[in-house]
Design a binder for this molecule. Structure first.
Ligand code: UD1
Length: 337
């Protein structure tokens, strides 16, 4: 089976690509390196010469000549579309950049796939589409109310995919990720903490590495267990496993389907810091700060649809996530920068 992976140099696309290669799939990977790591591609090319092919291209460029040429000569069974910018803050400052990079590139990709008769698409969506839900845990059929440009682009792409599936050109599974953290079990592909991340785990890692003196906890007066934000953190290995279940599912599936990929458990900022400290024996200095604009109090999944239809459920716990996130950085101190 041959899989096209967009964003294959990034944290999630890269981890999926590595695991797909390990499982014997053939992978055509595409990345523009706007955020992805060249080292990931070097590693795949060196270790999977026969089964990995890389195309460096920006999918928002309508020419996309390299991809078109590649698809002229080979048959793709499934496209796993992970490419996309994902910073809420940046999306508020540069909305058109997000519409171009996330939405334009998907229109382009779908046109190219359609011309090459690729009809199976798995899309990396996000729990961000639910916005600030009053009810938890969150089910797939809850209201869609994105509160950022980043969220709007995910909603737009989902809608585009749903419309395209109605035209019978594509069968699509959208996976709504909750908060992916941790590192793949072999510690080769991981989330980089070096390029000023916004997310909590890489920020904790920066303090552990002494790159930052203190972690700022954004908001201590939320209506949550301890006043700090509650999220559904999910180990990257579990998230990636969800993609393989989706690859299986989509083989015989026709239409459009959406699944939450989360654990169903909520964890506060204070709880994740304590867990990280305990599991890794490192003190994470922190201070209390104002709420981050655009943040919500709570967000966690009801994953029962994925449990029932995909036969998938998250297996790893918060200790695994904290341990593996740090271990990957410790193991790769030399080439991470
Ligand atoms: C963020 C995005 C979300 C996106 C996801 C991608 C925002 C508002 N939301 O989700 O749309 O899909 O990343 O991974 O950016 N926190 C701190 N200190 C920090 C960093 C975070 O206290 O230095 C807190 C936040 O307030 C939040 C929790 O940690 O309560 C998780 O934050 P983060 O990892 O950024 O994820 P989300 O905000 O859930």
């Amino acid at each position: 089976m041959r899989i096209l992976v967009t964003g294959c140099a990034g944290y999630i696309g890269g981890t999926f690509t590595f695991e797909a290669l390990k499982r014997g799939f053939k992978v055509i990977g595409i990345d523009s390196f706007i955020n992805g790591k060249k080292n990931n591609i070097k590693f795949f090319l060196e270790n999977y010469r026969e089964s990995f092919k890389f195309i460096e291209e920006d999918l928002s460029d309508y020419k996309a000549e390299k991809l078109k040429k590649e698809l002229d000569s080979i048959k793709i069974d499934v496209a796993v579309h992970c490419a996309g910018l994902k910073s809420v803050d940046e999306s508020e400052k540069e909305p058109l950049l997000y519409w171009k990079n996330n939405v334009d590139s998907t229109i382009n990709l779908l046109n190219i796939l359609s011309n090459s008769n690729v009809r199976k698409v798995i899309f990396s969506s996000s729990a961000t589409v639910y916005g600030d839900s009053d009810i938890h845990p969150i089910l797939e059929d809850f209201g869609i109310e994105p509160v950022s440009t980043y969220g709007s682009t995910k909603v737009a792409i989902e809608q585009m995919l749903k419309d395209s599936s109605r035209s019978k050109k594509f069968d699509v599974v959208s996976l709504r990720y909750f908060n992916p953290v941790g590192s793949h079990k072999e510690m080769k592909v991981y989330e980089s903490p070096y390029s000023m991340p916004n997310n909590l785990m890489p920020r904790i890692i920066r303090v552990a590495l002494k790159l930052d003196q203190k972690l700022q906890i954004y908001g201590t007066d939320y209506d949550t267990r301890d006043g700090t934000g509650e999220r559904d953190y999910i180990h990257i290995d579990d998230l990636v496993e969800g993609h393989f279940k989706a690859v299986e599912y989509i083989k015989d599936f026709k239409g459009y389907e959406v699944f939450n990929l989360g654990t169903g458990t909520s964890i506060t900022v204070k709880e994740i810091i304590s867990c990280f400290e305990e599991v890794n024996g490192i003190k994470i200095s922190h201070e209390y700060a104002d709420r981050r604009p655009g943040d919500i109090a709570k967000c966690y999944a009801d994953p029962s649809k994925a449990n029932n239809l995909l036969g998938w459920s998250a297996q790893k716990n918060l200790e695994d996530m904290c341990r593996d996130a740090w271990k990957a950085i410790k193991n790769n101190l030399n080439d991470a920068k």
